[in-house]
Every structure is written in structure tokens, then in C-alpha cells.
Design a protein around this ligand. Sequence first.
Ligand SMILES: [Zn+2]
Length: 434
Amino acid sequence: MIFQIQKTPLRVLALLILVSLTSCKDDAKQKDTPEVAVVAKEIDRFEFGFKLNDFIVVRDTIKKGDSFGEILERNKIGYPKIFQIAEKAKDSFDIRRLQVGKPYTLLLSKDSLQLPKCFIYQPNKIDYSVIDFQDSIHAYNHRKPITYVEKEVSGVITSNISEALDNLGVSPVLAYKMSDDIYAWTIDFNRLQVGDRFKVIYADKYIDDSIYAGVDHIKAAVFEHKKEPFYAFEFKTDSVKGIVDYFNEDAKNLRRAFLKAPVQFSRVSSRYNLRRRIAYYGNKIRPHKGTDFAARVGTPILATANGTVTKASYTRSNGNYVKIRHNSTYSTQYLHMQKRKSKVGDFVKQGDIIGWVGMTGNTAGPHVCYRFWKNGRQVDPFRQKLPEAEPISEQLKVSYLEYIKSLRSQLDNIQFLDDELLATQENEFQTNYN
Ligand SMILES: [Zn+2]
């Protein structure tokens, strides 16, 4: 009973310890330095390349009906001067493009006149335009510096990945990146097990060192699914084209040559089943050699791998359908389309739209019947060991294996949450009895 009550705060405590690992170190450092009497002194503040201490800083957002002229006029600048400013600035900044809701900053002189000296407009979080009219008028566009901060996190699944991350106070984007970009082919994130756990090394993006702009990318991860660890390391395989992929500890690509499903956000309504019985047919065995993905009429159907369209036609049972030959081993077929988008001879790439979900042919509801052929036989795609996408080149493999050494040990050194929790519980247990 006591444990029940303690569980939640303890868990939160353990999470906090992990997430704030770096800040803890800072605290420790601060405690080591002796305390000194602090004399009040204004800290220098810089932004947009100006020392803000030298000005009166007015921050506001563009309101409906606002114009550049009115903003300056409200701040005691007359019209001849406003025209002059607008004219001189126009090559780098069009004053008519101010958008309602966007922030702007006015830097006013610190003297009794409080005259505007600079107008800074921010169309987004990164870019800003400056019109400087302190002496001569000049305008320019700039970007705030972007920095990446490496972070580590570990978690345990108690219900689902989003909740696990939410408990950690980590952006759900990290979950999408793991489930869609990295492990889409290896782990089914809809079927995670309680006790599955993960460690991730990722980079957060910051603008101007202070504004959080979200999770940028995952550098490395290990996901323990049903006690089996799946390692993933980000690696650039083509620095010219900027192609980045995830590979495991043996340099195997984590992506597969085939997508898992020909439609996004669908559900499998009927699996490949050679012994399927259907009541409608008097409970006789009617083998189902396809996998049905139920989705709304009009949902795009995607080619699950690169290939050439060998059939694009209509039959009474298949309805509108398309068949793609991927290589000498594999072909795929997509039935019951509302409309076809490809024709025989088309070369299609993985993810290309080849038609739209419908209910043509022999079907009771909108779905795509996906048929997977291996060496001329229809097989269950979910039970195939599918070939990996673009393997790493032999040439790069050596440098890859060298590169992941330190990352791997960094991952292995991250503590799992439950290990931490255990340690904390033991401590707590002792304190209670002291
Ligand atoms: Zn089917």
C-alpha cells in the first residue's frame, strides 16, 4: 500500500534526475564556488546585434490596421522622414509586407526625447529585418544563430510511447521520429509491450541560444522490444545529396525495400489467411491471399517499393487494380481502387501514388487488397524477411563501424529509468526506517 502511494512521486523524481543530468552538474559547480556579496550591476544584453542596454526597448506585435508609417508616427517620427526611411530600406525590406500578429521591436533613444532609432521586424522565429536610422538609414536582413544541444533520455513503456515521453517532459516529436523514421520496419509501435524500454541520444534545436525550436534529429537510439535490443545510428551515406539513414550495429540499413503498408493511417481489416472461413459462403474455406487495409475512399495508395507497372486494368472481381514488378523475385498488386493513377510501363518509386482507395470489384467496403508475390507465389508480406533498403557501401562501412564505437558506448552508459528507480526506492526505503 505504502509503495502504491509513493510510486508516482518517486517515478517523477527519478525522471527529473535523468532529464536534468547536465543542470545537476552545474548546480554542483555553483555550490563549490564560495559565496560573495554581489553588487547590483546591469548585465549586458545583446539581441539583433545591438546592445539593448543602450536603448529603451519596446516590443509589440503588428495589429490589424497597423502600418510601418503609423507605428513610427505613434513614436514621434514625422511623415517626410518616414517616406525617406521607407525609400532607402526598400531594397532589403518591403514595409508593406508587415503581417498581423508578427512581433516587432523598436529601439528608442534613452534621452528625454525617446526617439525611435531602429525598427526590427520578425517574420518568423529565425529571420529578422532591421531598419537602422540612427545616423544614415540602412536596412538589412539577418538570421538568428541556431545551435544544437545534445540530450540523452531513457524511458520505459507502461502504456504507450507518447505517454512515456510525456512523463519525461520530452517532445512527442521524438516518438514520431522513432516510430516512423527509425523503427518503422523493425518494431510495431502499436504493439509495444509493457516493460519495453529505450535510450535515445538526440539534438534539440535552439534559436539564439535561448528559444527552444524542437527536437531536430536523433543521433543514436536503442530500443529494447521484448527484451531484444535494436540499435540505430544515424549516418550520412551521401554528403553531396545529404542522404541520411539509420543503420544497426552491423551496418545493416533499418529501412526495408518495402513499405509496411500501401496506405498511411490505415488498419489491417483482414490478413493473409489460407484457411479463412466465411459465413456468407456456408462457412467454407475461402483462402485470402491478400492483406486488406481499410481506409477511406479516395485515400492515396502508395507503391510499397520501386518497380515497373506490369498491369493496370479492371476485372469484375479485382475492380481497378495495378500490379508492380519490383525485381525478379518480388511483385505487388493493389485491388479495388476507385481510380488508377499509373499505366503499364510506368516506373514508380517507393511511396509514389499509384491510385486511390475505392470499392470497385468484389468488395463490401472501401479498402485496398494488397497482394505480395514472391517467386510467382502469393505470400504473407508480414511473414517475409524483406530485403534492406540501400545497404551501406563497403567503402563507407569501415568508417561507419569506427564512427559508432563511441556512440554505442555513450548509449550503453545511459542508465535505464527502472535501474534509477530501483536505486531511489532502496534509498527511500532505508530513510523511512531510520
Ligand atoms: Zn483482400
